[in-house]
Design a protein around this ligand. Sequence first.
Ligand SMILES: CC(C)(COP(=O)(O)OP(=O)(O)OC[C@H]1O[C@@H](n2cnc3c(N)ncnc32)[C@H](O)[C@@H]1OP(=O)(O)O)[C@@H](O)C(=O)NCCC(=O)NCCS
Length: 286
Amino acid sequence: MDIELRAATAADAERCGQICHAAFADIGGRHGFPSDMPELEWAIADFMRWIAHPGYHVIVATDEAGAIVGCMAIDERSTISGLGPIAVEPTLQSRSVGLKLLNAALNRSRRREVPGVRLVQAAFNGCTMGLCARAGFVVREPLVTLQGPALALAIPGYRVRIATESDLAAADALCRRIHGHERSGELRDAIATGSARIVEHDGRITGYASELGFGGHALGESNEALKALIGAAGEFTGQGFNLPTRNSELFRWCLEHGLRIVQPLTLMSLGLYNEPQGMFLPSITY
Ligand SMILES: CC(C)(COP(=O)(O)OP(=O)(O)OC[C@H]1O[C@@H](n2cnc3c(N)ncnc32)[C@H](O)[C@@H]1OP(=O)(O)O)[C@@H](O)C(=O)NCCC(=O)NCCS
């Protein structure tokens, strides 16, 4: 199959959404896991938003007739680029379309001189794990997606409140201390939509969440800060939030509070990566 790659336009959003919706239902169904993109309308809306956003880049793969057969989104809002979702029309998989999309994304990141690229893949998906490992990605962290009813609990001494633009500098500084880079672009968007939360302890910011759920990341100086953010969340958006299982204390605490494992995931990186100097919950990109 002759494949061409190009940047997506607004007119491509519907087809990209359809491919992702079908491809994630197919891979999840084959392994007995729920789809990462269960609602077609939401998948299309995501692509409309990403294609229109100057901080995202969406690549489409087209066949000889110009029909879109695969797509991939890159989140370029912050220092590190986050890859995904990537999907190929189910009937046309295993013909190197995914590899071409991945290589195009990595070539673009090289051209932009991005210090690091990351992604989160479903650990049951041997195809993405093998594809990404061969492309140079390093396995960094085993994760699980956790979901369940809101915990509605407070941690004494930890106050959770809505984040505002005036929190950005302090939140970025905390992210740099823990991860060695900021995630300003994502946090600014989350503040604008109202999903971002700050946790304060002893009169200072000790953690934040851009969103407690699949599309958001959170970090904290301690597990108490993350517990406060998780405990205060009204819901866990999308499939749920992603937790590094090496953080045994927080993992056990979540399970003891009734949360259930949805699926295992793997955080992978290429380029800059620092062992986190604090606690964190990665989004579905990193
Ligand atoms: C993941 C996806 C985009 C890959 O696209 P694709 O066009 O099917 O994949 P390609 O043909 O380019 O790549 C196949 C390569 O994956 C690797 N691979 C596949 N299965 C593998 C396995 N079980 N073990 C190790 N490597 C494997 C191999 O390197 C293989 O190449 P090879 O057959 O030449 O050795 C596509 O399968 C898809 O849409 N899946 C559903 C959605 C999804 O899971 N997205 C990723 C979210 S984490």
